[in-house]
Design a binder for this molecule. Structure first.
Ligand code: GAR
Length: 196
């Protein structure tokens, strides 16, 4: 059974779906949830599900990413994870940290990569007049939002959509896609999963 650690920055809805999925006949189980924000709502949700949690507040490090990441790494290593799932983790990671988990760290991004790397993905999709939007799960490589795609799900853009209504429609798909991709990945299947 693969050991999975999850990193979050906010409410952690993707983290909850992933943890819930790793039960019963599953090739992985959740062992740790961490955050760069001690106030992240997802930490309490993880604790309520019986998962060990930690926070490493990035703010006292004042932009010293390697020092922040050294502490993050120390906390992660203590749980000996086989797989790291970034689930709404909003800190940019250095190449040094990413290399620690080469081929073992997954991220979900709310766009149809390679479109709209970075922030404000839904606003940018609407401004571009795109007919569809979606989400991607990918392996994390040093370049931001750039690694090999492990899965994507598509949704239509509808008339009258705002960034918020589009985000909500995409999030429903995130909650389906990420657990499905993780199950396959943990079983050794790295072929892309395309939904919708
Ligand atoms: C999700 O939509 C995720 O795709 C996005 O943040 C949200 C987190 O929600 N991630 C990024 O933008 C990564 N740059 P959650 O905390 O409810 O899972």
């Amino acid at each position: 059974t693969k050991r999975v650690a999850l990193l979050i920055s906010g409410g952690g809805s993707n983290m909850v779906k992933l943890v819930e999925s790793m039960q019963g006949d599953h090739p992985a189980r959740a062992v740790l949830v961490g955050s760069n924000d001690p106030e992240a709502g997802g930490l309490k949700k993880a604790a309520a599900m019986g998962i060990e949690t930690f926070a490493v507040d990035h703010r006292p490090f004042k932009g010293d990413r390697p020092a922040f990441e050294a502490e993050l790494q120390r906390q992660l290593e203590a749980a000996q994870p086989d797989i790291i799932c970034l689930a709404g983790f909003m800190r940019v990671l250095t190449e040094g940290f990413v290399r620690n988990w080469d081929g073992r760290m997954l991220n979900i991004h709310p766009s149809l990569l390679p479109k709209y790397k970075g922030l404000h993905t839904h606003k940018r999709a609407l401004e571009a007049g795109d007919a569809e939007a979606g989400c991607s799960v990918h392996l994390v490589t040093p370049e931001l939002d750039d690694g090999p795609i492990l899965g994507q799900a598509r949704v239509p853009v509808e008339a009258g959509d705002t960034a918020d209504t589009l985000a909500a429609r995409v999030l429903v798909q995130e909650h389906l896609l990420y657990p499905a991709v993780l199950r396959r990945f943990a079983a050794g299947d790295h072929a892309p999963l395309m939904l919708g």
